[in-house]
Write a new protein. Structure first.
Length: 393
């Protein structure tokens, strides 16, 4: 298994970053590595992509190459993590104008980043706005997507800002647990507050990231995960104290393994991590808390160091096609942006088994992406997180 998040990293401006790594199952063992054997060299390709390995299944890359009249040759620069992708953006930005140094990785047309990384990428001048007026299906997207990526030059969401990225897939946090490890009289886990139940003492694994843990706690109490001052949320201190007593570990690397081998009874997982596991381990159960959950999106961003091209815009159009959504669900068990707001019964079959993992529209309306905080607010969250994790907590 591949981890979804690593412990928080900080860049020079102090922004907390999350290292999203996708857990993907390529049908028939087909991977990007296999596809690369038939791809053009990066210098010859009409489209260059940099992404976490297999975050777009190889079948979709091949489908684009065969897309009537608008496809083209692809070169993929696969990386192991978002940290490496972000480092690529920084290196490309630092390159002198003109010819790249000998042996340097050619600048990609599109780089895949998580939405949490968009603000620092904008602030550091690593990416440039995207002209979406020529995209045939951009206007078909639900309003949540333009709102997520329309930012000012500091990376803050703004109705007057530019479009800095195109979202192409998303996931949501879920409760993943093993009912057989609960007492016979225990009810199913359904809400974030259920993580505080006595039978789960020291049996819960939470993400090793402050915004995720503090965010789900605020959602449990009916508050926003993006509030400027978590201390103003009534009952939050008591909730976190109770939650801390339940935690076996904060882990973003091996949390799924702890559940499988029985070291934990419940974990907080991402839906696209949980789906393949639920299909393999039928003893596990899942719930999406009705009070709302936290969301994460994968975006295509355009490096500042490259000029837009027709082939690059064709790729974005391709990612907005209904066939892209269907194949992404089949080969990656991941949800495309076209599927936002769909009733569970309308989702492709791979995304609705088991039914409890689907994000119903009424719950989606109460769910949130983690948005950039002011420096003062970030300090408050960091202080609360350090207090929670201190030995005396």
């Amino acid at each position: 298994m591949v981890d979804q998040y690593s412990p928080p990293e900080r860049e020079a401006e102090g922004q907390m970053l999350m290292n999203r790594r996708s857990f993907l199952a390529g049908a028939g063992g087909v991977t990007v590595a296999a596809l690369l054997a038939g791809c053009q060299r990066a210098s010859d390709a009409s489209l260059r992509l940099a992404m976490v390995a297999n975050s777009v299944p190889a079948q979709l890359l091949k489908a684009f190459q065969q897309w009537p009249e608008r496809g083209g040759d692809i070169a993929v620069t696969p990386q192991n993590s978002l940290v490496e992708l972000y480092s690529l953006l920084q290196r490309w930005q630092a390159q002198p104008k003109g010819a790249a140094p000998r042996g340097a990785t050619p600048v990609a047309n599109w780089v895949s980043l998580a939405d949490y990384w968009l603000a620092p990428a904008i602030r550091q001048g690593l990416v440039q706005p995207i002209e979406v007026s020529t995209l045939t299906r951009w206007s078909d997207l639900a309003a949540v997507w333009p709102q997520l990526v329309r930012r000012d030059t500091q990376g803050i969401p703004s109705s007057e800002g530019s479009i800095w990225a195109m979202p192409y897939r998303w996931s949501h946090l879920v409760l993943l647990y093993d009912p057989s490890r609960l007492p016979r009289s225990s009810a199913p886990l359904t809400t974030w507050a259920d993580l505080r139940r006595p039978e789960l003492a020291r049996r819960v694994v939470l993400p090793d990231h402050p915004r995720l843990v503090l965010g789900l706690a605020q959602k449990a109490l009916g508050a926003s995960a993006n509030g400027e001052d978590p201390a103003t949320v009534e009952g939050l201190d008591a909730f976190l104290t109770d939650l801390q007593s339940q935690v076996r570990a904060y882990d973003s690397d091996h949390y799924l393994e702890t559940l499988i081998i029985g070291d934990a009874t419940a974990v907080v997982a991402w839906s696209d991590d949980a789906l393949p596991l639920l299909n393999q381990y039928h003893n596990l159960a899942v719930a999406v808390p009705p009070e709302g959950t936290l969301l994460s999106a994968q975006l295509w961003v355009q490096p500042k160091a490259i000029a837009p091209s027709p082939a690059a815009l064709n790729w974005l159009d391709f990612c907005l096609e209904s066939d892209f959504a269907a194949q992404l669900a089949i080969f990656s068990q991941a949800a495309s942006t076209q599927l936002w707001g769909a009733e569970p019964s309308q989702l492709p079959e791979p995304l609705q088994t088991p039914p409890a993992i689907a994000l119903a529209p009424n719950v989606a309306n109460q769910s949130e992406f983690l948005l950039p905080l002011t420096a003062a607010a970030e300090g408050r969250y960091s202080q609360l997180w350090q207090s929670l994790r201190s030995p005396s907590a």
